[in-house]
Ligand binder design. Structure first.
Ligand SMILES: [Mn+2]
Length: 332
């Protein structure tokens, strides 16, 4: 494990950087990447962000100069091979970088992980992983301020604030600490306008998205004496509304919003696939539930993806299996 100072020294000694994050990047991934990019540029380093997936529309405003690139082997393989350092943020399992994986594996000796997820790949010591942090954005802030590697510009402050906001579920998830709030306060002093960020993140929905949420909520059912809530989005609704994957994002948060619900299940059918997201309260390990169906995740947030199955059948099996997990909480 590296210290912040060792990381700053590595940054100082090198000139060419590539920053990469995971497939379907969230605000923590994008915000942390941009904060690193800007700090390296401030120090007159040459740095680029190269991701597998497009930046989701609702967080694209953070990328003010349109600097995030989408990986194309013919353009980027050379750049990645010739980079001095590859900095990977908000993930520590290389399988989650998408199509960039192969070329990174060839450059593993110069690859640094900067992350807060559990169970990292363990083939490198070049890493700073702190699983106690609610967001990588918080770690980036601490790195920049503790080492004074670069000052935090208003753009960087917006990026870090949005990263923290998103991964902490608006400062409420476990691992949110007084330190997280202190950082938010400092970011406001650096020019972040919380009202504006809120509008950019949550008040720019499309009509499609709003109607999809409506359809999803109508489908809500309770099971297991009202302790399990399921939300179901069928393929025909997605087709009818012409909705995309990104429209579905975030609907899971509704699954725990009913009183007394301990497990939230969201089922999305698209073509012959089923994507299911599981949420839970307390000690109910929905990652175990997910692993029974080939998926994974964290104790309170997990998911699965299955193909070529009977949607109704698998949905019922999962609901019935989830009912058995309710006992775990009651053992307390
Ligand atoms: Mn994160």
């Amino acid at each position: 494990m590296l210290t912040f100072q060792q990381l700053a020294d590595i940054f100082e000694k090198n000139q060419n950087f590539v920053i990469i994050s995971h497939i379907n990047p969230d605000a923590d991934a994008i915000g942390s990447e941009l904060a690193f990019l800007k700090s390296l540029q401030f120090r007159n380093k040459y740095a680029r962000i190269i991701n597998h997936s497009e930046t989701p529309d609702f967080i694209a405003f953070l990328d003010e100069q349109n600097e995030i690139e989408i990986y194309k082997p013919e353009i980027h393989d050379n750049i990645i091979e010739n980079a001095d350092i590859i900095l990977i943020v908000d993930l520590s399992n290389l399988s989650r970088v998408g199509s960039v994986e192969e070329i990174i594996r060839k450059s593993i000796k110069k690859t640094i992980y900067f992350d807060h997820h559990q169970n990292p790949d363990d083939f490198t010591d070049l890493q700073i992983i702190n699983t106690e942090k609610v967001a990588v954005g918080e770690m980036v802030f601490d790195f920049l301020t503790e080492t004074q590697f670069a000052p935090i510009s208003k753009q960087m402050a917006n990026a870090i604030y949005t990263a923290i906001l998103s991964d902490s579920g608006y400062f409420r998830y476990e691992r949110t600490t007084s330190h997280t709030y202190n950082i938010a306060g400092k970011l406001l002093e650096l020019g972040v306008n919380p009202k504006w960020i809120f509008e950019m993140l949550y008040e720019r929905n499309s009509l499609t998205r709003t109607k999809l949420v409506g359809n999803a909520l109508i489908s809500t059912e309770l099971h297991g004496d009202g302790k399990i809530c399921s939300i179901t989005i069928r393929n025909d609704i997605l087709m009818k509304l012409n909705a995309s994957d990104s429209d579905v994002e975030g609907i899971t948060s509704y699954s725990l919003s009913i009183k007394d619900v301990k497990i939230g299940l969201v089922f999305v059918e698209s073509e012959n696939k089923i994507k299911a997201s599981f949420r839970s309260r307390g000690r109910i390990p929905v990652n175990k539930l997910a692993s029974e169906f080939g998926g994974g995740g964290h104790i309170n947030a997990a998911g699965i993806q299955l193909e070529n199955i009977n949607f109704e059948e698998i949905r019922n099996i999962i609901i019935n299996r989830a009912i058995e997990y309710l006992d775990i909480e009651e053992e307390k």
